[in-house]
Design a protein around this ligand. Structure first.
Ligand code: NG1
Ligand code: ZN
Length: 529
């Protein structure tokens, strides 16, 4: 290691005195001006991680749905997964080390994680459209160059595109080509094959209005437009040319406020959707003829996909285990519908994609969605191999056709991480294949009225939780207060947890009416202080 270069370069990316940040559920997030030393050091860490696992590592500069002034950075592991939890701790140590201790901390990480500094390293970089992202990604490159290693800067890409590139690279092309064209070609081919099997194809055009949160999604969808078949017409709104990123629009805004985004004119019964700032989340919605807004969130997306997959799995007659993974934020009626009507096992895990992803890997087909619209489907290697074999060899027409649809689903879904573009195509294909309107999809079950609030407290980490974050262990007495409040309402449920991405405590409540859900959330928020 060239200590002199490390000293010289880290002095160019100084850590503000007293600043301590933590690698949370979505990496580091903060005001952009506080992040220069963090991204430089994450460039260093990406090299160490790459040497430790002898594979290409991804590094994405984004703060997803946070305001434009914020930014963030997260590392992507070899198969496109989130950074391994054991390394989150190293990330935090490296980020918070004082300048003079940097070398010592790096040496410690190398010892603990058995990093051989003589090995080669390779890193893929991506960034979102925030004004601060370009400069921050240059600082990432400085970090990479100090420790020495190859890198490829993809520039402006969605978060899931970077995850896809990393996975393609480390699987020697088995997952696809590690280029944007490769991504567009893979998705559009699978999509077209799928809708070919739809009875409605060719009959009419399908229109979809997309709110891109003034973010990267707009750019990438425009690039992908030439790859879309003529039956699908997408209309892009909030493309970033007029307004600020995530301002009064995007998937997070629509989900949290349960209202349409600004900048998108919505006619009754038109199918619309919103991406978030880095295009890894999607929610759908429409307005009925009476002018009422209907949100179709991640729970209902996961449910639609599960219905479709369950039918296909029944047709291929393999003993594949299908399961759905949710978090505590899943609407109670979605869980009931999945378990009682669809008869699919449901598992609840802690918030954060890594937890959902990890659990979903236990099944042949694991569907996971956060209520906020982040999710995907994972197919086990064995299930995938069997499905591809059935497509080639099965004599029974119905079985082979079902296997073919499953094969196209495997290719269309981005199995590395939730992906708004890929999820959107999956949903559009399913709606076309099943001949469902957005209203029919929405009518699968009725969401329980709910409210999500956030409050700022002196130290959010005084709240410790258990049971997939559904119960508070500390501070003492808090859970008892919540229990007493919940008892006052019908069909009610409430919980609190510290956010992993913002300096706030989140409160969730659901109940029989919106008034009651609002009142319960408010009362619980008072109990938190
Ligand atoms: P936090 O801030 O830990 O609640 C939020 C979302 C998560 C996840 C991460 C990463 C909610 C309630 N929480 O986490 O589901 O998506 O951001 O983006 O939506
Ligand atoms: Zn996001």
């Amino acid at each position: 290691m060239d200590f002199e270069a490390l000293r010289k370069y880290s002095a160019l990316h100084p850590k503000p005195a007293g600043l301590a940040l933590q690698y949370g559920t979505a990496g580091f997030r903060s005001k952009a001006e506080q992040l220069d030393h963090i991204v430089f050091r994450m460039g260093l860490l990406a090299i160490l991680r790459s040497k430790a696992v002898t594979a290409t590592i991804g590094i994405m500069v984004t703060a997803s749905h946070n305001p434009e002034e914020d930014n963030g950075v997260k590392l992507v592991d070899p198969l496109g997964e989130m950074l391994h939890p054991s390394w989150e701790e190293y990330a935090t140590q490296l980020a918070n080390a004082e300048e003079q201790d940097l070398q010592k901390v790096i040496t410690e990480i190398c010892q603990k994680a058995a990093v051989n500094l003589h090995k080669d390293a390779s890193v893929f970089i991506g960034r979102d459209t925030r004004p601060s992202s370009e400069k921050l990604s240059q600082s990432v490159i400085d970090g990479i160059q100090v420790l020495g290693g190859q890198y490829h800067d993809y520039g402006l890409v969605t978060t899931p595109q970077l995850h896809y590139m990393v996975c393609c690279q480390n699987t020697q092309g088995q997952y696809g080509k590690a280029t944007l064209e490769g991504y567009y070609e893979k998705l559009s081919k699978a999509f077209m094959e799928l809708i070919k099997q739809s009875h409605c194809s060719g009959e009419s055009q399908r229109h979809l209005k997309i709110d891109c949160a003034n973010g990267i999604g707009a750019l990438k969808l425009s690039e992908m437009k030439p790859y879309f078949p003529p039956e699908v017409v997408i209309h892009i709104y909030n493309d970033g040319t007029k307004e600020k990123l995530n301002h009064l629009c995007g998937a997070d805004f629509v989900k949290v406020h349960q209202k349409p985004p600004g900048g998108l004119d919505m006619k009754p019964n038109e199918r619309c959707c919103s991406f978030d700032g880095d295009a890894d989340r999607i929610v759908y919605y429409y307005k009925d003829t009476a002018g009422h807004f209907h949100l179709i969130d991640g729970d209902k997306i996961g449910t639609l996909i599960s219905i479709f997959l369950k039918e296909l799995l029944a047709k291929v007659k393999q003993d594949f285990k299908l399961a759905v993974v949710q978090t505590a934020y899943a609407n109670g009626n979605s869980t009931r519908y999945l378990q009682e009507t669809l008869k699919v096992p449901v598992h609840c895990v802690k918030t954060g994609v890594k937890h959902l992803h990890h659990k979903a890997q236990e099944f042949d087909v694991g569907v996971y969605f956060e209520a906020n619209g982040h999710g995907t489907v994972l197919f086990s290697k064995a299930a995938e191999t069997k499905i591809r074999q059935l497509v080639k060899e099965e004599k029974d027409d119905e079985k082979r056709e079902a296997a073919k649809m499953l094969e196209n689903m495997i290719d269309l879904i981005n199995q590395t991480v939730g992906d708004a573009v890929s999820d959107m195509l999956v949903i559009e294909a399913i709606l076309a294949l099943k001949g469902l309107t957005v209203q029919q999809w929405d009518a699968l079950y009725t969401d329980l009225p709910n409210r999500l609030l956030k409050v700022q407290v002196a130290d959010r980490h005084v709240i410790d939780t258990t049971d997939a974050e559904r119960r508070a262990l500390t501070p003492p007495g808090l859970q008892e207060k919540i229990d007493a409040l919940v008892k006052k309402y019908k069909l009610s449920r409430a919980f609190v947890r510290p956010s992993g991405t913002e300096d706030v405590v989140r409160i969730y409540a659901e109940a029989d009416t919106q008034e009651n859900a609002d009142a319960l959330a408010h009362e619980v928020s008072l109990a938190v202080f």
